[in-house]
Ligand binder design. Structure first.
Ligand SMILES: [Ca+2]
Ligand SMILES: [Ca+2]
Ligand SMILES: [Ca+2]
Length: 115
């Protein structure tokens, strides 16, 4: 499950930043998410990023991600995993549920930060 976060964020940031190398992406990814630059990713920072990412992906601003909107970031299998009620849209609550689950799964020692 840990990978799911990085699928979303890495794919999103790769398209947003046009990173030329993986190392560059990794650095930009961390800088973009770690707002206070302490080297840890808190839940607040993660939530702020995930909100920003959702808004950026929701091109028609209707509050859901259709397959066309999600396509640059998620393959069909990933899309179906997040689309829990199988209506072919990722609602904000489905997205948040996935992101929260991913954060919880990635926070292995349960201290509320990813490091
Ligand atoms: Ca931080
Ligand atoms: Ca939309
Ligand atoms: Ca749905």
């Amino acid at each position: 499950m840990k990978r799911a976060i990085f699928v979303f964020t890495a794919a999103f940031l790769a398209s947003a930043t046009n990173a030329e190398t993986v190392a560059e992406l990794h650095e930009k990814e961390l800088n973009a998410i770690d707002a206070n630059n302490d080297g840890f990713l808190s839940k607040d920072e993660f939530d702020a990023f995930s909100d920003y990412a959702f808004q950026a992906m929701d091109e028609d601003k209707n509050g859901t991600l259709g397959q066309a909107e999600a396509k640059p970031f998620l393959d069909i299998k990933q899309f179906q995993n997040v689309d829990r009620n199988k209506d072919s849209f990722i609602s904000r609550s489905e997205y948040d549920a996935q992101m929260n689950e991913d954060f919880g799964a990635a926070d292995q020692n349960g201290n509320g930060q990813l490091d």
